[in-house]
Ligand binder design. Structure first.
Ligand SMILES: C[S@@+](CC[C@H](N)C(=O)[O-])C[C@H]1O[C@@H](n2cnc3c(N)ncnc32)[C@H](O)[C@@H]1O
Length: 404
């Protein structure tokens, strides 16, 4: 037997095991492709992967269908696979030992400049497969969800952190008073500015990504962050941004956070968000649900509801504090807020606990993990640090895609 044979068998085994790993989380065919684009070594082409995919014996009929879909997409769109690989490779989701938080932010800014130069569409959601229609389908679904939560409203001022190419500024433009989209990538801001030209209630700004000092206290009704918080977590900036978000939000005010991190652990994300919410007088109204059909992003909705709600002139209800009212979104709104949430409560609110101030030492102890702490933290919870790192890669792809 020639030496090439075992080499090729090894290569096939590696590709097969990458496919199986990418399938494991039960994500869509597009997500599997996006994950493969991030994981496979350079030099492995779409046709070769498709052939190996079709060789895998599925464990059930769902997997069989998905494997067929993955192979079909790879065969029909080999060039798309190459573009996804290049786009994904432009953004590194790890940090070097000695890299400072600010250096990570600067690196990410150039990375997103580069990624958006390769594919504007794939750079904001890799599993769109760079296809505008797939991206629009997911955008529409997220918009419908935000509207169902009454997050939007024609009197609302919204801050969009990490606005990318401005897809939410465009899609929501009739549903807010003013929206400011900020991003660290100059290229993203320039694409967004072109695409939002003519929208007079939209403002786009390139920011340092370190804080929100450009904005006054209590200047927004809502803050939106779609797939941008994972980069704040990576850069060790999540806690500072919670401080800042709590500062710039009005009372009441809402924070919609779609994907908190790419660590691949909803358990860790929920824990961090709970601690951060408690430390900032925010209440978790929706706690990491997956409400989207076309996208497997984790949705968190937080309410800043301490203090006094404004009197609703139409209801005649006097202003009242929320301290005693806090189990559901409807409760908040019924107690005098101007907006009404559109559907029944799905939140897993933390109730009174979320309104509790932590003692200062507790806040320190419970502060969100910086990337440097992550390995230790995961080991404390019996998880393998490297696995988390790899999951974070996987989720970058998965979290950026529709499951059409
Ligand atoms: C995956 S894209 C998502 C873009 C947009 N939210 C969307 O869903 O279409 C992540 C965006 O976050 C931006 N970003 C990363 N770190 C940031 C920071 N510290 N401050 C502001 N934007 C940041 C990136 O430049 C990139 O445009």
């Amino acid at each position: 037997m020639s030496a090439a044979a075992p080499k090729s068998a090894k290569r096939r085994t590696e590709i097969r095991s990458a496919v199986e790993d990418c399938m494991a989380a039960g994500v869509s065919a597009e997500a599997v492709i996006a994950r493969l684009a991030l994981h496979l070594q350079a030099g492995i082409g779409a046709a070769e992967v498709a052939e190996i995919v079709l060789d895998i014996v599925p464990s059930d009929s769902g997997d069989a269908e998905k494997l067929q879909e993955v192979a079909g997409l790879l065969r029909r769109k080999p060039d798309v696979f190459a573009t996804l690989r290049a786009t994904g490779a432009a953004v590194r989701h790890e940090r070097d030992e000695d890299e400072t938080d600010a250096a990570v932010v600067m690196r990410l800014a150039s990375s997103f400049d580069a990624a958006s130069a390769i594919s504007e569409v794939a750079s904001v959601q890799l599993a769109s497969l760079g296809d505008k229609q797939r991206l629009s389908a997911t955008t529409d679904e997220i918009v419908a969800w935000l509207e169902a939560q009454a997050f939007t409203g024609i009197d609302r001022d919204i801050l969009d952190i990490g606005c990318g190419t401005g897809r939410f500024e465009r899609a929501l433009s009739k549903s807010f008073n003013r929206m400011i989209g900020i991003d660290i990538s100059s290229r993203m801001i320039s694409i967004a500015s072109e695409q939002c030209a003519g929208l007079r209630n939209v403002e786009l700004r390139q920011t340092s990504g370190l804080d929100l000092t450009a904005f006054d206290d209590g200047s927004f009704d809502c803050v939106l962050a779609v797939d941008s918080f994972p980069y704040l977590v990576l850069a060790g900036m999540a806690e500072r941004h919670f401080d800042e978000i709590a500062r710039v939000l009005k009372r009441p005010g809402w924070l919609a956070l779609l994907n908190y991190s790419y660590r691949g652990s909803l358990f860790l994300d929920r824990g961090d968000i709970k601690r951060l919410a408690e430390a900032h007088q925010l209440r978790v109204v929706i706690d990491g649900e997956k409400p989207f059909r076309s996208w497997d992003g984790d949705a968190f909705l937080l309410a800043r509801c301490d203090g006094t709600l404004p009197r609703d002139p139409s209801s005649g209800v006097e202003a009242e504090t929320l301290k005693s009212v806090t189990n559901s979104k409807e409760d908040i709104m019924a107690s005098g807020g101007k907006k009404h949430f559109g559907r029944g409560s799905q939140g897993k609110g933390t109730g009174a606990g979320a309104m509790t101030n932590l003692a200062k030492d507790k806040i320190e102890e419970n502060a969100v993990l910086s990337n440097r702490d992550k390995k230790q933290h995961s080991e404390e919870r019996g998880l393998d640090g490297n696995r988390i790192k790899s999951d974070q890669y996987q989720d970058h792809a998965a979290n950026q895609l529709p499951k059409d």
